[in-house]
Design a protein around this ligand. Structure first.
Ligand code: MOS
Length: 776
């Protein structure tokens, strides 16, 4: 690992100095003993170095095994048949031809599927992660257009696919609701997100809006989006007696084991889920019906089963981002100060899940306003259960909010950055809590200088041949969360090797690399002396790779385990050690052992401590405190998004020519992997702005473009050079000083592009995606 070697050379001996620079700060509830994490201030360790992914080489060589790449003896391949009505009953189900087809081992339908409980619905209990809570092939009922109604197992994938095509199904369709207007006419209900109402009011916003000397008031609409991770959803399962072995593509292995156990009436430790490599998750890689169906088919056939969804299959059975209609109205004084901020609207949801797209989340803490009214209403449709998709809420909520602010800036002839700065809140506008750290102004100032914002002209002013050129800006924001991550385990050997175990995930973000850096610094070891194990439900911990919170969740668990390790080592060191009499809070991992933080010459190596105690290993496991920091502080990642577009006056084609994301996400643990996260989020945001739209037939609830030929995502030619930069100002109230970087990149991009399109053309597009027909 030459890159690790390079980094090692660069930092040799520096960890020790860095530990000495640890400064005392206000204690946080999650920090044992109230001592801030020394890594917050560390400037010279592995943390903060652009270290390449440790798993990069095996991925490039094609030897990193993904969920569909575990060949097992006697394995059978599965294919699914999807319903073609939105609601009703199966009238005839003719499987004879499929059963007689070459290579077929099993045809499973509601007639022969084993009895199974519905999936426990996501967020209804600690480890529940089902995307919906419908019966799975238990009777002749159909609940959405695209629901699996038959599964074929065969000796090869081709034989399974062919046999599935021979199955003939007739339906008795029933009245269904598949149009948003019809659903709204049936009445809406207030939305809830993670148990909290998506509703907030302070003062009389309607009256303040009506009285304000300046105002904008508009409706913004965003379409459905389908999950399109590069790795298709896939699972390889085998029953080993009463134990279910699952190779999955998952962002939540512990949740999966518990939830699959619930479906099949097993204890969670009878289900062993591993997911060492995942080709993208984005919120879509949880528990959907394919894992359940694969396990059921394996049980029925007595064979290991591989089920990899086709791309169409992902669109049919894995939910995506739902449709939104959002009103944003802002009333302002002559100086630009907000008197009223209104963000309300309606989203579509199925009856069988609980995720209204929470588009007001960014508005709750972005701007100061004398009055505020926020509300998400839910209309119910008979459709595939929608779900989390990168920055659920913020991705499309910031499109509406940040477009409206641009509209107000234009109406008042104030620079849009200046208008935002005049409304910077001093504390959280809805909770009154202080911000843990908020450097929005710096992100804007630094970004504007780097991007050349001062060169922006009036709408329509800059033309180069057939192209109108414009610049736009928008605020990016995503909350800091930390879900209780459960325990982490550290095993330290007398040879000075540490293994950190936690049921966490690396879907390509670089988790394993960044966590190895953190653990090496924390323990005072080289990176080669640390093994980070994850992606296995048999490991301790209940970590979800979601909500941009995994790094903080793992960090807190490892802090707790490390503290237990230090305590254990001090006990073993005893009275003959230079460490004798010291408290765990005074001691850190330095140079292959423990040392007193402010007196590093009091040092004893791990090898020496363990040898004297006649121990080969020390194993500790500990659980961190509950995430109380989010109750004391308003905690968010921030950013400023700068976009330059070129719009063709003949064709209406939009080309993004430059993009800069200027971020404020606390301490950046690994600039290389974080930059990839930021860039990936921005690229996904360009898709949201210009291309992505699930074409949904409102007559029958059928998704019409379930393929990457017809559902467009950005390709290389669509993506300009993307610059990213960050403040790198540690947040004193999070583990390691870091806030999340995974989702913020997609937020603000839709509005930055739309605002740039307005600056180029004078045309305001309030309906995503911004396709050329809307500009002609
Ligand atoms: Mo994400 S939508 O929290 O995987």
């Amino acid at each position: 690992m030459s890159i690790v070697e390079d980094a090692k050379q660069a930092v040799k001996g520096a960890a020790q100095a860095a530990m000495q620079t640890a400064v005392q700060m206000a204690p946080d509830s999650w920090m044992p003993g109230g001592r801030p994490d020394p890594l917050i201030r560390q400037q010279h360790g592995f943390v903060g170095k652009p270290i390449s992914r440790l798993d990069g080489a095996i991925k490039v060589r094609g030897i990193a095994p993904y969920a569909a790449e575990f060949p097992l003896d006697r394995m059978a391949y599965a294919a699914l048949v999807f319903s073609t009505v939105a609601k009703g009953r199966i009238a005839t189900l003719d499987t004879a031809a499929a059963e007689a087809a070459p290579g077929v081992a099993l045809v499973m339908t509601y007639r022969n599927a084993p009895r199974m409980a519905p999936m426990p619905l996501f967020m209804t209990s600690e480890k529940a992660c089902g995307g919906n809570d419908l019966p799975i092939m238990q009777d002749d009922r159909v609940y959405w257009n695209g629901e699996p109604v038959a599964l074929v197992l065969a000796e090869t994938q081709d034989e399974a696919d062919h046999a599935a095509s021979l199955i003939h199904v007739d339906y008795v369709a029933e009245a269904s609701v598949t149009a948003l207007d019809e659903a709204k006419a049936n009445g809406t209900e207030p939305g809830q997100f993670m148990g909290q109402p998506l509703k907030y009011e302070s003062g009389d916003a309607d009256a303040a809006l009506a009285a304000a000397p300046h105002r904008v008031d508009a409706t913004y609409t965003t379409p459905r989006h389908s999950h399109n991770a590069i790795e298709l959803h896939a699972v390889t399962v085998v029953w080993e007696g009463e134990t279910l072995r699952v190779h999955d593509a998952s962002q939540m292995v512990a949740h999966m084991a518990w939830s699959l156990g619930h479906v099949f009436g097993l204890d969670e430790d009878q289900v062993h889920v591993t997911s060492p490599f995942v080709g993208g998750g984005f919120g879509g890689k949880g528990l959907w019906q394919h894992q359940v169906l694969a396990a059921a088919a394996a049980k029925l056939s007595g064979r290991p089963v591989r089920l990899m969804l086709s791309r169409e299959g992902v669109y049919r059975i894995v939910g995506g981002r739902t449709i939104t209609e959002q009103r944003v109205a802002i009333g302002a004084q002559a100086d630009g100060g907000f008197d009223a901020l209104v963000h309300t609207g309606t989203v579509a949801m199925s009856h069988h899940n609980v995720l209204p797209e929470p588009f007001i989340l960014p508005t709750r803490s972005a701007y100061a306003s004398k009055t505020m009214k926020l509300d998400v209403e839910v209309a119910y449709l008979d459709m595939v259960a929608n779900t989390f998709m990168r920055a659920p809420g913020e991705a499309v909520g910031t499109f509406a909010l940040e477009s409206a602010i641009d509209e107000l800036a234009v109406a008042m002839d104030i620079d849009p950055i200046e208008l935002r700065m005049r409304n910077e809140p001093e504390k959280d506008p809805t909770t009154g809590a202080p911000f843990s750290s908020r450097e929005v102004e710096k992100a804007y100032r630094d970004g504007a200088a780097r991007f050349g914002w001062a060169q922006r002209g009036k709408p329509g002013a800059r033309r180069e041949g057939e192209w109108l050129v414009g610049m736009g800006v928008a605020t990016a924001t995503y909350p800091y969360y930390r879900m209780p991550g459960g325990a982490a385990r550290i095993t330290l050997t007398r040879h000075g090797h540490a293994t950190v175990d936690i049921a966490a995930h690396d879907m390509g973000m670089g988790t394993a690399t960044a966590q190895t850096q953190v653990a090496a610094d924390r323990l005072g070891l080289e990176m080669e002396q640390v093994t980070f194990r994850y992606g296995d439900s048999s490991l301790p911990g209940v970590v979800m790779a979601g909500g941009s919170q995994q790094t903080a969740a793992i960090g807190a668990s490892v802090i707790a385990a490390h503290r237990a390790l230090v305590g254990e080592l001090l006990k073993l060191a005893g009275n003959d050690s230079p460490l004798a009499g010291l408290d765990a809070d005074e001691v850190g991992g330095i140079d292959g052992g423990l040392a007193k933080l402010d007196e590093p010459t009091r040092h004893e190596s791990y090898a020496s401590i363990l040898a004297r105690a006649q121990r080969d290993t020390v194993v500790v496991e500990a659980t961190p405190p509950m995430p109380l920091e989010t109750m004391h502080w308003s905690m968010h990642s921030h950013g400023a998004m700068f976009c330059e577009v070129r719009v063709n006056i003949v064709t209406g084609e939009v080309r993004v020519s430059r993009f800069l994301g200027s971020f404020d996400c606390g301490r950046i643990l690994n600039p290389k992997t974080a930059a990839s996260q930021f860039r990936g989020g921005i690229i996904m945001g360009l898709g949201l702005a210009l291309m992505e739209e699930t074409q949904y037939d409102e007559r029958n609830g059928r998704i019409m473009n379930p393929s990457l030929a017809e559902y467009h995502v950005p390709v290389h030619m669509d993506v300009p050079e993307i610059e990213v930069m960050w403040t790198d100002i540690p947040d004193p109230h999070t583990p390691m000083g870091a806030r999340g970087v995974g989702e913020i990149g997609i937020t603000g991009v839709g509005a930055a592009v739309a605002n740039a399109v307005f600056n180029a053309t004078g045309k305001r597009i309030r309906d995503l995606p911004i396709t050329l027909d809307k500009l002609l």
